[in-house]
Design a protein around this ligand. Structure first.
Ligand SMILES: C[S@@+](CC[C@H](N)C(=O)[O-])C[C@H]1O[C@@H](n2cnc3c(N)ncnc32)[C@H](O)[C@@H]1O
Length: 256
């Protein structure tokens, strides 16, 4: 056996030991989750909104919350981000992220931490990535309020699974107590509560429709800058004039 074949075999074995994987990453050409139920995830999704993030992040600090095996952290390092701090509650995924960062030769500051504890970081970040975590939380608005107050300086890249109506209704600011029919509109902002499981996953709790996802973000004082891909948003916080040039991509925010 050549040294290369032996090295490849060891790598393949280590990747299998670290499984199961949610992120399909390529390490020396070996895929970590080639049979992912969503396909080549999250690469295929990222391809549709990667222009929403500036191509050069030199001088930026990034916080990746619910980093999993580190797909987005790695992409931010590839865009020259100065610092990437990545947190997740699950030590299994953090072990994968540590391995991926080492194999890729990049420095990612990994911490086992919940989004509910982010005030402990005592730092605001130029870009916060909060992808695919909100519907896993029992207290989604608390998380959004904590993010807005403690860690988001300028921008947040956000994704949340959505189910139900995909249109945005025109709503009045207030309704009389006797008004009931408005709540029967499928596109009235709604959160579907999952008492047991959805997709076999007992950690899915609240799944918003599109109107609810956007209303919750606004209610936590985020400003929707772009909706470049279904379920994905680039958010601002309007705290100070944003010195960062946001690439313009077609916004699908109020589609439908
Ligand atoms: C669906 S995966 C999304 C991974 C990645 N952000 C993405 O978009 O591909 C959800 C991740 O959030 C993590 N997570 C769940 N609850 C969390 C919490 N309270 N704080 C931080 N991370 C959490 C899970 O361990 C998991 O890695």
């Amino acid at each position: 056996m050549t040294i290369d074949a032996e090295k490849h075999g060891n790598l393949r074995r280590r990747i299998a030991e670290l499984g199961p994987w949610f992120h399909n990453l390529r390490i020396e050409g070996i895929e970590t989750a080639p049979d992912h139920f969503l396909g080549d995830y999250p690469s295929f999704k990222w391809r549709h909104f990667k222009e929403a993030v500036p191509a050069d992040l030199k001088g930026w600090s990034v916080l990746d919350i619910g980093c999993n095996a580190g797909f987005y952290s790695l992409e931010m390092k590839r865009r020259n981000a100065d610092r990437v701090v990545a947190i997740d509650t699950d030590p299994h995924y953090l072990r994968q992220a540590e391995f991926v960062a080492a194999q890729s030769g990049v420095d990612i500051e990994l911490r086992q931490m919940s989004v509910y504890d982010i005030a402990q970081l005592k730092e605001k970040f130029d870009l916060v990535i909060f992808m695919g975590v909100l519907y896993h939380l029992r207290h989604p608005l608390l998380a959004l309020d904590l993010l807005r107050e403690h860690v988001v300086r300028d921008l947040m890249l956000f994704q949340c699974m959505q189910r139900g109506a995909e249109t945005i209704p025109e709503l009045a600011n207030d309704y009389d107590f006797s008004e009931r029919s408005i709540f029967d509109r499928p596109d009235y902002p709604k959160l579907f509560f999952i008492e047991n499981r959805y997709a076999g996953d007992p950690t899915n709790w609240f799944i918003p429709n599109k109107a609810a996802a956007e209303a919750m973000l606004r209610s936590a004082s985020f400003i929707i800058l772009q909706n470049p891909e279904p379920e994905v948003y680039l958010l601002g916080c309007g705290e100070r004039d944003c010195a960062i040039e946001i690439p313009s991509v077609v916004s699908r925010s109020n589609a439908g």
